[in-house]
Ligand binder design. Structure first.
Ligand code: ATP
Length: 361
């Protein structure tokens, strides 16, 4: 699968763009703040219906404009298009092959990307929220039911948290929380089960990759970390037992929104005891594993968006990355062309300058 062309109108700092891409490596080179990441963001938007950088679509509309348009032409089995229309004062709309889709989630399965940015290299040393996001972003692209469960879970969680705050001054209404707990436990158990399954699969890919990256000296292992059992009854019991504490704190203290990924090297928790180098290598292993896993699940290589990661890696790790991306259409941003980038298969270089993109000859 690959993006053949991207068109933008009034998207971020692009007034108008019509750019053809190659099916191999596309190198977007330019100084800081010229629009390189904006272009990756627009492609990501077409896969998920959202930005990976902001929850506010309005930020993506060019300053002073009312609307923005993103359109990609991509080839999977045949030529397809995805078009996204953002409006400052209205809902965004999405069309696939010219036909409007009712819900953004209907984009699911059309077009897949894996995005890799410097923040991903901090996956291990960041807090649990970053790791939950890592799981959620990927599973949502692979599993529409998961996306639904996650949305419902967060809706119910918000309502329960509101009720907890109300109960603080009015404890006689405590029983009313039970209805939310039942739903929260049901959705929560489904989310935890799917994340566990995702990590088991990811772990099987990560082990080999990390062995290679560490020259056979380190055994990397991933597992789902949660407080208690994953089934809905157990979660419900824990919610009930923890109600007094939750009322005191004004928020729900257990559930998938608090879970994490346990990451060990040779049995030791690398989140706490890993060196910086170990943490970054482990993060790279997880990202490469994700790429392989997505390819196997969807049956073809996803489009890879590499946002300025090359400069963050040493030469050995850069070469590993280059080796892994041979099959994928890759769109990468950089401020300078390093040796490893020159070694990429059939790269095409584009210069990005103040929202204009020019192909280098
Ligand atoms: N809604 C918007 N309207 C107009 N310009 C915007 C908008 N949002 C962001 N920009 C501009 O886009 C530019 C940043 O683009 P981008 O994040 O793609 O940078 P970049 O080329 O990837 O740089 P770096 O190498 O620093 O990451 C900034 O100049 C910013 O002012």
């Amino acid at each position: 699968m690959y993006v053949k062309r991207i068109l933008l109108q009034n998207y971020r700092n692009y007034e108008s763009l019509n750019l053809d891409l190659t099916r191999n490596v596309n190198i977007l080179c330019g100084l800081n703040a010229q629009g390189k990441t904006n272009l990756l963001e627009a492609i990501y938007f077409c896969a998920t219906g959202r930005s990976h950088r902001t929850a506010y679509d309005k930020e993506c509309i060019r300053a002073g404009e009312e609307e923005a348009l993103i359109k990609i032409l991509y080839e999977k089995h045949r030529d397809d298009t995805i078009e996204i229309h953002l409006r400052k004062n209205g809902r965004k709309s999405v069309a696939v092959n010219g036909c409007p889709v009712k819900k953004i989630d209907d984009l699911f399965g059309c077009f897949h990307v894996v995005v890799f940015s410097p923040e991903d290299l901090s996956l291990i040393k960041s807090g649990p929220a970053r790791r939950r996001k890592f799981m959620d972003i990927e599973i949502c692209q692979l599993d529409r039911v998961y996306l639904h469960n996650l949305q419902q879970y967060h809706k119910v969680l918000k309502q329960r948290n509101q009720l907890l705050k109300d109960l603080y001054g009015n404890p006689s209404q405590r029983d009313s929380v039970f209805a939310w707990d039942t739903q929260l436990a049901e959705y929560g158990a489904k989310i935890a089960k799917r994340r566990k399954q995702f990590l088991q699969t990811l772990d099987s890919y990560t082990r080999d990759i990390h062995q290679q990256l560490s020259h056979g000296t380190e055994q990397l292992a991933l597992s789902y970390e949660q407080d208690g059992e994953a089934d809905s009854q157990s979660l419900l019991d824990r919610l009930t037992r923890g109600l007094q504490r939750d009322i005191r704190q004004g928020s729900t203290q257990i559930g998938p929104h608090r879970d994490d990924i346990r990451i060990t090297i040779n049995g030791t928790d690398v989140r706490v005891f890993g060196s910086q180098g170990q943490q970054r290598t482990a993060a790279l292993s997880m990202k490469l594993a994700e790429l392989n896993m997505v390819k196997n699940e969807i049956g073809y290589p996803p489009v890879l968006l590499l946002d300025d990661v090359m400069s963050e890696l040493d030469s050995e790790r850069q070469l590993h990355l280059v080796h892994y991306i041979e099959e994928n259409q890759t769109i990468l941003t950089c401020t300078g062309i390093e040796d490893s980038i020159k070694q990429m298969p059939a790269g095409r270089i584009y210069r990005v300058e103040q929202g204009q993109v020019r192909k280098e000859v």
